[in-house]
Design a protein around this ligand. Structure first.
Ligand code: SF4
Length: 358
């Protein structure tokens, strides 16, 4: 038996589906599987599970999701981060409703064509829902294969992606693609983990190149280290009696379609006296206040949120404004402060609001 066939055989022997039961594992409903896969992109299972339950309860069919207002979908997604996933989810549901008559596509190509669905997600849905022979390649799979076969090609390079994809396809148990895909992902998630793999009890130990050559910690290889950019946000919490101003973020920047307080972004961290000087000099401040004197009543502590490519540093400035001040300016709306929880905000603002509850 060659090494690849042996790997697949051993992996299937190792796998006991009942040991890690999850609601989407026991089903064939492509819509629910797709939901779970999108939710679990960049999200741990324990964090994603309540969201999966909320979505399947509120939108039991893909048509229900397609017909939902975008704000409702964002509100349900709040706290999961990577909001482009929610936007794509809603868009893809509308594509299925309008182009596929509400029936989830049944071929790999049609599934892959949905917005927000990449190679991995398409293979997962095609194999889990329809038993089609497509091998998944996610972070777990890269790690397991790099270690077992001793592959040093960077997994984030074009050549590496191709090499791992070809190998994964060769290893796939074609008669049991769903079982095999689940097995290799579970093996990576629970056994051959990034930092503390269970090599001492591993059934692959004898044939695992990384273990045999003492390179477990070095594999898989990545070529690029992402350098996160720092951004400095100054939110203006404009209070007018019982109301506060918010607006919907637009454009292509992070958090589009979520709500926020009016925001001034500066290119560096500024505090104390210099903060007001910098804010008042900004065109955004001038557009908002038009040289009217403004009294900042409170400046919050620093809040931070780390995203995949950037670090957001935020301060919240509480300002009491006059009744006539801002109506219909800068896309802002005045809302009753008690109703603020009905709107979906980025996590950094939710954290601030959470602190303000006390
Ligand atoms: S021996 Fe260690 S590194 Fe190799 S497959 Fe097993 S757990 Fe992973």
């Amino acid at each position: 038996m060659n090494k690849k066939t042996f790997f697949t055989k051993k992996l299937l022997e190792w796998y006991h589906p009942d040991e890690r039961p999850l609601p989407w594992k026991a089903i064939k409903n492509p819509y629910f599987i797709w939901l779970s896969e999108i939710i679990l992109q960049q999200t741990r299972v324990q964090q994603g599970l309540p969201y999966y339950n909320k979505f399947t309860q509120k939108y039991p069919s893909i048509t229900d999701l397609a017909n939902a207002p975008e704000d409702d979908v964002f509100k349900l997604w709040e706290g999961l981060g990577y909001y482009s996933r929610a936007r794509n989810l809603h868009f893809a549901a509308q594509t299925v409703a309008n182009t596929h008559q509400g029936v989830f596509p049944t071929t790999y190509a049609d599934i892959r064509a949905l917005k927000g669905v990449g190679d991995y997600t398409a293979a997962a849905i095609a194999s889990f829902a329809y038993g089609l022979p497509y091998a998944v390649v996610d972070g777990n799979v890269y790690r397991v294969l790099a270690r077992y076969f001793g592959i040093k090609t960077p997994i984030d390079s074009t050549v590496g992606k191709k090499e791992f994809s070809v190998l994964a396809d060769e290893l796939l148990a074609r008669k049991q693609p769903a079982l095999y895909n689940q097995a290799i992902m579970d093996f990576g998630a629970t056994h051959c983990t990034p930092k503390t793999p269970n090599c001492s009890t591993c059934l692959h130990q004898k044939h695992c190149v990384a273990f045999q050559t003492d390179q477990v910690g070095e594999l898989p290889v990545k070529s690029k280290k992402i350098k996160k950019k720092d951004r400095f946000f100054y939110y203006l919490v404009l209070n007018k009696g019982t109301e506060v101003y918010i607006r919907k973020r637009r454009g292509k920047d992070i958090w589009a379609s979520l709500y926020e307080f009016p925001l001034i972004e500066l290119d560096k961290q500024v505090e104390g006296f210099f903060l007001m000087e910098a804010l008042e000099a900004s065109s955004a401040w001038k557009a908002l206040f038009e040289n009217q004197p403004v009294v900042v009543k409170l400046v919050s502590r620093k809040y931070k949120q780390t995203l995949s490519h950037q670090k957001i540093n935020a301060l919240f400035l509480e300002i009491e404004i006059k009744p006539s001040f801002f109506d219909e300016k800068n896309n802002m709306i005045a809302i009753d402060r008690k109703k603020i929880k009905n709107f979906a905000f980025p996590k950094i603002i939710s954290n601030y609001l959470e602190d303000k509850k006390d």
